[in-house]
Design a protein around this ligand. Structure first.
Ligand code: ADP
Ligand code: ASP
Ligand code: MG
Length: 444
């Protein structure tokens, strides 16, 4: 069994949906097709819930009307039979009426639950429309609701046992089905309420599904020919990598390479399932394979950046690194369930970074019992993934020589053999990525 995940742009227009169907039909063997919502849909659904949350029902309805128009145009361009057009129009009308039913004062109080129900409609729409298209072109497929198997636990983490058991039962009960179509991103909570795997979560769905059924391969089809050596949104002359290791890919995804959801490499890595990144709009291109393969060592393989970082410095009142000082600090973060990304220490102080600042005030208040606290915001972590083991010489020189004009707030080196992280002001991020691209990859 293979998992084939297609992102928002890949299902964003009638032409691309047709391309996706062609790719799915061309790939041999059994497969589970995981789809995102059509491009922009999740953003627009969030705008609608924001408008409902602000009691702005006129705006919510007018955004909805524009959405209905877009989906009607897609239906017109996608199907050729009147019968299927009629079914598809009836389906979207029913879904949009359902969303409209929340656009009233009574919803405002329950907006966070309603938001999840509303944003889930994006993937429900795309998968149903795709299934109808497969039906029209006579490719047999079976629509599978993600709510039947995708679940998160109380801590918001995927409930792997439940996913494995439920999916296993479904596949076992349907021996003649060779193409399943299901929604990425959406799931149920441990209480059975509609929930999701956070923005970009369809990659994570694909990887969790692949791990649950021990798939032979997970394919992530998107709008670019695989993982590039640097962020193509900010840097020119980036290039696609043929192969990268699970560890490198996991670091890059976690530290901002948007092509993959931050957690999506982990389930594949745990089950040693290769992940192939492919371009829907250029399927001939080899793309990138993420595997346990022995990728030839490279000083720096790729660079990514993550914004919205807050740095916290705690200086010991006792001016000497007291025994238990670090433990006391980490306990505060544990108490507020806030994970730490980077840590550096000096004799008297510790600096660390977080990306979730929802409990920052409480964290700072408690840390002030331990030492003098200083908070800096609007920072970015630049992550360099590659081989930084002792056998590689000169990698760090190339990195720092590239950044002579950029103030660096923190450096993390040696935490693992395959990552170096630098903390910079967000306003310097793009320059840092470009300077590193020139300095590091020319050096290589
Ligand atoms: P999808 O909708 O298919 O999930 P995304 O927009 O989430 O697609 O991810 C693909 C985008 O990720 C690319 O268009 C590219 O702009 C961006 N991106 C950021 N960093 C990288 C990188 N290192 N390699 C490739 N793409 C990247
Ligand atoms: N549709 C969701 C989002 O836009 C999930 C995804 O595309 O992966 O975040
Ligand atoms: Mg994505």
């Amino acid at each position: 069994m293979k998992i084939l995940k297609f992102g928002g742009t890949s299902v964003g227009s009638p032409e691309s949906i047709k391309k996706v169907a062609e790719i799915v039909a061309d790939i041999e063997g059994e497969k589970i097709v995981v789809l995102s919502a059509m491009s922009q849909t999740t953003n627009v659904l969030h705008q609608i819930t924001d408008a409902i949350g602000a009691s702005n029902f006129v705006e919510a309805n007018s955004i909805l009307d524009m959405m209905v128009d877009r989906y009607k145009t897609v239906i017109e361009g996608l199907y050729s039979t009147d019968n299927i057009k009629k079914t598809a129009n009836a389906f979207i009308e029913e879904r949009f009426d359902f969303i409209k039913s929340y656009a009233h004062e009574g919803s405002v109080e329950y907006i966070s639950a309603i938001e999840k129900i509303i944003v889930a409609q994006g993937e429900i729409l795309s998968t149903n429309l795709f299934d109808m298209y497969m039906n029209e072109i006579k490719v047999e497929s079976s629509l599978l609701s993600a709510f039947d198997f995708m679940r998160i636990d109380e801590a918001g983490e995927p409930d792997s046992d439940f996913i494995t058991e439920s999916l296993g039962n479904i596949v076992e009960a349907n021996p003649n089905t060779s193409i399943y179509i299901t929604q990425g991103y959406i799931c149920l909570s441990h209480l059975g309420d509609v929930d999701n795997l956070k923005r970009g979560g369809s990659d994570y769905s694909a990887s969790l599904i692949g791990a649950a059924i021990q798939a032979e391969e997970i394919q992530i089809w998107t709008d670019i020919d695989g993982m590039h050596n640097n962020d193509p949104r900010y840097v020119d002359n980036t290039f696609s990598l043929k192969e990268i290791s699970f560890d490198e890919a996991a670091e890059l995804a976690y530290f901002g390479a948007k092509i993959l959801h931050p957690q999506s490499v982990i389930p594949a890595k745990e089950k040693n399932i290769p992940v192939l990144l492919k371009n829907t709009f250029n399927p001939e291109s080899a793309g990138t394979i993420i595997c346990n393969c022995s990728v030839p060592a490279s000083k720096v393989r790729a660079i990514a950046a993550k914004d919205g970082i807050t740095a916290i410095r705690i200086k010991s009142y006792r001016m000497l690194m007291a025994y238990g000082f670090l433990k006391n600090i980490f306990e505060v973060f544990e108490k507020f369930k806030t994970s730490i990304d980077m840590v550096t220490t000096s004799e008297v102080a510790v600096s660390l970074t977080i990306d979730d600042d929802s409990n920052l005030d409480k964290i700072v208040k408690e840390l002030e019992n331990i030492g003098i606290v200083k908070v800096d915001t609007d920072l970015s972590i630049i992550c360099l993934a590659g081989d930084f083991s002792e056998k590689q010489k000169g990698g760090s020189a190339a990195i720092f020589n590239s950044l002579t004009n950029i103030p660096i707030r923190m450096i993390s080196y040696g935490g693992s053999n395959y990552n170096v992280s630098l903390l910079v002001n967000s306003i310097d991020k793009i320059k840092a990525l470009r300077d590193l691209n020139k300095g590091v990859f020319t050096e290589n």
